[in-house]
Design a protein around this ligand. Structure first.
Ligand code: GLA
Length: 370
């Protein structure tokens, strides 16, 4: 393993443990997690590998195979910047349960594709520290701690979906998660017997204002829930009555969240019924709702989704936070080439940067490698 070789070269001994945690795509249930709703992500085959040995002092030495130069050294949590904050944030959240460590990181999540490389990094490091220090955290507790590192230390007010997917997913399954009770269930997602495959279309575009818009959506949802007198938009049972009491953006956001939760449940029903091809219609509906009601799509995502469906996909939608990143398309295997051609041609016609295509099979969540 090259991360072990890099660890030995930098620190002069073998790491005590090596953990791997994956990135994710979300099949459906977008922006529902911080509304106490339902999500259905699955882990992708790309992830982060963390090789770690604990230290007896509080120094953190950090090496990434994706960054050049000497290991970064931190003697206080606040010195960290950039990607290192996701790692140091995990240490900060663990507090005096851990001391410092020597760490080497290797990652192969396509950067900027919106596939949660940061959650993979947090969960890989948190899982390794849990193991090394016998902290006894469950995978969900590891996910919650990682989310807290991102909320309180990095300063991104994300929900629990990405970290939970990275910590809990199983190969060949999607993870159905109730983001209020945190009850979860792995749902088989076997597309091949149906002649289908899931194609990730990476727009290779990431809009700078994404973080600010994310926080704004979250605040709008919380404000709408307050006006409706419910703890979260998850609790809206009478959609018509709720929409009657709201206006403007808050009304639109509520329409998306409530119907998106319904779509998650409908999609699970179809999967359980073996009606896999039919989930495509729900993917399309989710995209339109994210585009028109939640307003988190982008021209690149819209063109990817439209061109994929025109090229023969059974359904497609943006996945993740939005404003760039990736779309997913459910594609009959014999139409894969046609869909890629259709999207590539549509991008060229509009003068967009060429997209990247990645086939996604549901992979395994965090696990120890050595
Ligand atoms: C980002 C966040 C998640 C979730 C999605 C939208 O990926 O990290 O918590 O809110 O956006 O579904």
């Amino acid at each position: 393993m090259r991360v072990v070789e890099a660890f030995r070269a930098a620190y002069g001994a073998s790491p005590q443990t090596v953990w791997r945690a994956p990135g994710r795509v979300n099949l459906i249930g977008e922006h529902t997690d911080y509304n106490d709703g339902f999500v259905l992500p699955f882990a992708v085959p790309w992830g982060v590998t963390a090789a770690i040995t604990p230290r007896t002092d509080d120094t953190i030495r950090l090496l990434s195979l994706q960054a050049s130069g000497e290991p970064l050294t931190f003697t206080g949590h606040d010195q960290s910047t950039g990607w290192a904050r996701y790692v140091v944030g995990v240490f900060a959240m663990l507090g005096d349960r851990v001391r410092g460590a020597d760490i080497a990181i290797d990652g192969d999540v396509p950067q900027g594709a919106g596939l949660s490389s940061s959650a993979a990094l947090e969960v890989a490091v948190a899982s390794a520290l849990n193991d090394l220090h016998d902290l006894g955290m469950t995978p969900m507790e590891i996910a919650l701690l990682s989310q807290k590192a991102e909320n309180d230390f990095v300063g991104m007010p994300c929900g629990i979906m990405d970290q939970a997917a990275s910590a809990l997913c199983e190969e060949g399954h999607a993870l159905f998660l109730d983001c209020r009770s945190l009850a979860s269930r792995n749902i088989p997602l076997d597309l091949a017997p149906h002649g289908l495959s899931m194609l990730i279309i990476d727009t290779q575009v990431h809009h700078e204002h994404a973080g600010g818009e994310y926080a704004k959506r979250r605040a709008e949802c919380e404000s709408a829930a307050r006006k409706l007198g419910v703890p979260a938009l998850r609790d809206v049972t009478d959609l018509a009555a709720a929409l009657d009491r709201l206006q403007g953006d808050e009304r639109k956001r509520t329409m998306h969240i409530v119907t998106e939760n319904h779509r998650v449940e409908a999609l699970i029903g179809l999967l359980r019924a073996g009606a896999v091809t039919e989930i495509g219609a729900l993917l399309n509906a989710s995209h339109l709702s994210l585009r028109d009601q939640y307003e988190v799509s982008s021209p690149e995502l819209d063109v990817a989704v439209e061109a994929a469906v025109r090229g023969g996909a059974r359904g497609a939608r943006m996945t993740g936070g939005g404003f760039g990143g990736s779309a997913i398309a459910l594609v009959p295997v014999e139409r894969l080439a046609g869909v890629e051609e259709s999207v590539t041609a549509a991008y060229a016609e509009r003068g967009f940067q060429a997209p990247r295509f990645l086939p996604a099979t549901p992979a395994r969540g965090a696990h120890r490698l050595a």
